[in-house]
Design a protein around this ligand. Structure first.
Ligand code: SF4
Length: 326
């Protein structure tokens, strides 16, 4: 059976720290706009910006806040506080603001969040931009995002075309699988086939072991095994790949495409060919486009977003080519 890519035609909602999409809401009234790096692709998503410090009522401009006596998690358990530069305790306000931001994300149906790292609020792995010992990650809002198992992307990674390509294909797969209900072992096997090439690239040893486990499973074990399978695959999809693994995977899938379809894509090169990350990202996008047009499963990027206008244009091009060849 020929496998095709999974095409999503509905836009996905993504939460984002407001100051990372150009909202001038940092304590000093500044911002950065990481979404401008995406160019036209910015239109492919519904963005849901939130700012826990503004939601806390701290205003702009304001005294910067910091974690005092522990991590964001310990703020929630009552063992640490959030203080501003003047020493005022703003823990209660920050908790309220963070909870309200989670409510906004839920109303947006966003289970993916792009966070500003280095913030005592939105930070996940860093809660300060300076090399000081003040506060320990995660931040107050970052801690909630982790607890609620959001798919988390640091905003700085949007500025690298290759890192963003890697995040985008994994977030699309994560979103699709999070909403894809499985009711039988047959559906579980089909899902694994769609995701296994990406999983193999991310963690080959784990993916091979999962393949063996699935092969040995009995149909009667489906209900018991499905939750474990889901959690493990979704957790793996959160983990970034590396340029070396991505280029190897691109070449492996492209070689298979060439053999199967008997066609070449001149722009795609072998892993030994020296080029920068921007060129590699362009090759990956070209392979994705080719895969959609030729109905070929590019296993490194099994879930693709195309709005229905573009899908209609692809269908029309195919029809015209069939008519031309008749
Ligand atoms: S890092 Fe978060 S809390 Fe701080 S300004 Fe940006 S959005 Fe607001």
């Amino acid at each position: 059976m020929e496998h095709m890519p999974i095409i999503l035609t509905e836009k996905i909602s993504i939460g984002i720290s407001l100051c990372a999409m150009g909202g001038p809401v940092r304590y000093n009234g500044k911002e950065i706009d990481v979404l401008s790096s995406l160019g036209r692709e910015k239109q492919d998503f519904i963005w849901c910006p939130v700012c826990p410090e503004c939601q806390a009522g701290l205003g702009v401009t304001r005294d910067p806040v910091h974690l005092s006596g522990g991590t964001g998690e310990q703020v929630w358990s009552g063992e640490a506080e959030v203080k501003n530069r003047a020493g005022r305790i703003v823990t209660k306000e920050m908790k309220q603001g963070s909870l309200e931001c989670i409510e906004v994300l839920k109303r947006c149906n966003a289970n993916i969040f792009i966070y500003m790292d280095g913030s005592p609020s939105c930070g996940v792995y860093k809660t300060t931009l300076k090399n000081t010992k003040r506060g320990n990650p995660p931040g107050v809002f970052g801690s909630l995002l982790l607890e609620q198992r959001y798919f988390l992307i640091p905003c700085s990674d949007l500025q690298s075309p290759l890192k963003w390509w890697d995040w985008r294909r994994r977030l699309l797969a994560f979103h699709w699988f999070s909403h894809h209900q499985l009711t039988s072992m047959k559906e579980l096997y089909e899902t694994w086939y769609m995701l296994k090439f990406l999983c193999q690239e991310l963690e080959n040893t784990w993916a091979r072991a999962m393949g063996r486990t699935l092969a040995a499973l009995d149909k009667s074990e489906f209900s018991q095994f499905e939750p474990t399978f889901r959690i493990q695959v979704l957790d793996l999809l959160r983990r970034p790949s590396t340029p070396a693994r991505i280029t190897n995977s691109l070449w492996k899938h492209y070689s298979h495409y060439r053999k199967k379809k008997g066609k070449k894509v001149e722009e795609i090169h072998s892993p030994e060919f020296k080029r920068n990350v921007t060129t590699i990202a362009k090759e990956l996008l070209k392979m994705e486009r080719t895969a959609v047009e030729d109905e070929y499963l590019f296993g490194a990027s099994p879930v693709i977003y195309r709005d229905w206008h573009r899908m209609k244009a692809i269908e029309e091009k195919k029809l015209a080519s069939i008519e031309h060849n008749q």
